[in-house]
Ligand binder design. Structure first.
Ligand code: GRF
Length: 219
């Protein structure tokens, strides 16, 4: 199990990122972490799918990569292997990682596993959120950055951003518009977690301010 991360603006958190695909969110995190003032370093990228673009992106940034294939094995064994591959990271970012993690994995990083979802949770959880938004006829769609709990897309919300649904949108055009929001939200929320500023009470997250007060995330 990784050591407890209490968070500090002075200490750089070690980040592991789990991916399954193109890794554009990973790229947003790599770009943010390239700033020496960013309070987190991406130290390991683990994919459950071999050969994905996300692995190339990590390698181009000099970050260690590993493939832990989920196919043909028990979930417990897969998750144990993920934990081994992540090593001593402080925080885990799911970035287009297409497997559900159980409490056995999550308990190794309490309050320190983040996920991005291409929908305004709690609406449209699970797969194909932009498709669900189009089918529902909503006029605003968006992305949610949240802490991961044992449910599917149910953990405390850290940040949300909206985009309009435009006339003639397809699932692809809407998903691409939402992705730009994901890329903006992820580094911001990771910074808050890395600095240890997120307080969760009753399933709701607030941000601790330097004054000692805490601020509701919705602004
Ligand atoms: C993103 O829309 C993410 O929210 C969803 O899958 C997509 C992955 O994008 N879970 P990428 O791999 O970060 O480019």
């Amino acid at each position: 199990m990784a050591p407890a991360w209490s968070g500090s603006a002075e200490v750089t958190a070690r980040i592991g990122v789990l991916v399954s695909g193109s890794g554009s969110n990973l790229q947003a995190l790599l770009d943010a972490a390239a700033d020496p003032w960013f309070p987190a370093d991406i130290v390991k990228v683990v994919s459950n799918v071999p050969g994905v673009l996300a692995l190339d992106r990590a390698a181009r940034s000099g970050v260690a990569t590993e493939v832990v294939d989920h196919r043909g094995r028990a979930r417990a064994e897969f998750e144990a292997d993920l934990l081994r591959a992540l090593g001593d990271v402080d925080i885990v970012c799911l970035a287009g990682f297409m497997r559900v993690l159980t409490g056995a994995f999550l308990s190794a990083f309490p309050g320190r596993v983040l996920n991005v979802h291409p929908g305004l949770l709690p609406l449209f959880p699970g797969l194909h959120a932009p498709r669900q938004a189009l089918a529902a006829g909503v006029t605003q769609a968006g992305a949610t950055l949240h802490l991961v709990d044992a449910g599917v897309d149910t953990g405390p919300i850290l940040a949300q951003g909206t985009v309009p649904v435009l006339q003639g949108d397809t699932e692809a055009t809407l998903a691409a518009r939402i992705l730009t929001v994901e890329h903006r939200l992820y580094p911001m929320a990771l910074r808050w977690i890395a600095e240890g500023r997120v307080v969760v009470e009753g399933g709701r997250a607030t941000i601790a301010l330097k004054t000692g007060e805490s601020r509701w995330i919705g602004g």
